[in-house]
Design a protein around this ligand. Structure first.
Ligand SMILES: *Cc1c(COP(=O)(O)O)cnc(C)c1O
Length: 454
């Protein structure tokens, strides 16, 4: 039997948690600033004003320990929050491990992942500052659909550049975006200068998140009534996601346990940080010793093999330079990789935490991830998103170590979403058609030559 730990609606966190305050409070250095791509000087709030509302820009640079969640945002969070923390007893048994495994389940949101935790406040703050239209990019469609739900709730327009290969392979997420009123364009497109330049060079390109970001940013920069919205990577996005970890902390304490290990999958780093940062806070100020593990695909090994350097967030080099673990802004993910998490960079805050040894990182091959996801689905019922399956592969590894040592560790992991729109990937796994692929060192080296020079 699975045990479910619920919080009442009134236990919904009233503020977001800012890990920067605890990092600095512990005497550690704060994160390096983003730089202006032209002047190479630290970015000022005015530099970001064409793209983001001032409230989000101030959150981006905030050193406050916490930031209050607006009442209007809390009201919408209540549609699916607090999310359950579940004890995976049947999976523990199937794995034959003495470990206690808990998962925080973010797939109960209307869009099916953790992403509405930030799409709702982002739409809200833009609306408050008189913006009527947002642009964004989406890969598999998780972020596009989450933001479409939010702009729909606030009566705003949304233009979504969807990576071309996903546009054709994932028609159902496209339908969700349409239901919530979003306009979806396959990227690269001929609607932007960035898109036209890429198409001229390579008409058959399958697209990438880096290219789609360039298109969305370009449209927002050129239109006064339009802002841009990003679903991961940035500090304010990670901040909004900390409702996950704050709830999990209260829930696991209510269960009478405390995690020895906290695990999350990491693409841009937002669901991982959302769960992990409040636990890092406990390590920094309450003497806890929880191991915190970020898990990524071997096909996009940003934290485990990337270089920690200033790089662009997009392919056309329109974004500020941020210091992060990167595979290079010209990274194109392998077509054979089905497991999500394909961004070339990593959140600067997660990268900084890695540099400070506050977190560890692991990478897994996609077949190991799907294998773990299937044993989970067969024992707990829930079919995990391919992204989330990376966290599961790491949990299986930790549970196996507990089995060998006889050590009954407590593990908490983030089940960031369900996989109901990813059946093609599961079918490929089940029919033995998924190839394992590790991103080659030579490609990383080649891309490093294109990093911005100082
Ligand atoms: C988008 C997504 C991710 C990856 O994004 P992060 O910012 O790294 O969290 C992970 N899981 C699911 C279900 C997603 O939709």
């Amino acid at each position: 039997m699975a045990t479910k730990y619920l919080l009442s609606e009134d236990r919904l966190p009233t503020s977001w948690y800012n890990v920067v305050a605890d990092i600095v409070g512990a005497g550690l250095p704060g994160p390096p600033p983003p730089l202006h791509p032209g002047t190479l000087q630290p970015l000022g709030p005015a530099d970001l004003a064409p793209l983001f509302p001032m409230a989000l820009i101030m959150q981006e640079v905030s050193a406050e320990p916490s930031i209050e969640i607006p009442e209007e945002v809390r009201e919408i969070y209540k549609l699916w929050r607090p999310t359950p923390l579940m004890r995976a007893r049947r999976w523990e048994k199937a794995l034959g491990t003495p470990a206690k495994i808990y998962y925080k389940y973010e797939g109960v949101s209307p869009a099916g992942s953790h992403k509405p935790n930030t799409s709702v406040p982002q739409a809200y703050y833009n609306k408050m500052e008189g913006i009527t239209k947002l642009t964004t990019e989406t890969g598999a469609g998780q972020w596009g659909s989450s933001l479409a739900m939010a702009t729909c709730m606030f009566g705003m327009e949304l233009l979504i550049y969807m990576v071309k290969v996903s546009y054709y392979q994932k028609p159902y997420r496209r339908s969700m975006m349409h239901i919530w009123g979003g306009e979806v364009i396959p990227s690269p497109s001929d609607t932007t200068e960035a898109g036209r330049a890429i198409l001229a060079a390579d008409p058959d390109t399958t697209g990438s998140l880096g290219i789609a970001i360039s298109e969305a940013v370009e449209v927002a920069a050129k239109n006064d009534d339009t802002h841009y919205s990003l679903g991961s990577v940035l500090n304010h996005v990670l901040l909004h996601q900390t409702v996950i970890g704050q709830e999990a902390l209260a829930q696991i304490e209510a269960s009478g346990d405390y995690p020895d290990i906290v695990i999350g999958c990491a693409g841009g780093g937002s669901n991982f940080a959302g769960l992990a940062f409040p636990f890092i806070g406990q390590n920094l100020k309450a003497g806890k010793k929880t191991r915190i593990i970020a898990v990524e695909p071997a096909a996009c090994p940003t934290l485990t093999k990337g270089v920690y350097a200033y790089d662009f967030g997009d392919t056309a080099k329109l974004t500020p330079l941020v210091k992060m673990h990167t595979l290079g802004h010209d990274f194109i993910p392998a077509g054979i990789h089905a497991g999500g998490l394909r961004y070339h960079g990593m959140s600067p805050l997660v990268s900084h935490a890695k540099e400070l040894n506050l977190i560890e990182a692991e990478a897994y091959m996609q077949n190991d991830c799907f294998k773990a996801a299937i044993t989970f689905a067969q024992s707990e019922g829930i079919i995990p998103a391919p992204e989330s399956s990376h966290a599961l592969a790491s949990v299986v590894n930790a549970a196996e170590q507990c089995k060998q040592s006889g050590d009954a560790k407590t593990i908490v992991f983030n089940l960031s979403g369900h996989g109901h729109f990813d059946m093609a990937a599961y079918d490929n796994y089940l029919s033995g058609n998924l190839e394992d692929y590790a991103y080659p060192e030579e490609k990383i080296k080649a891309s490093m030559a294109n990093l911005p020079k100082f």
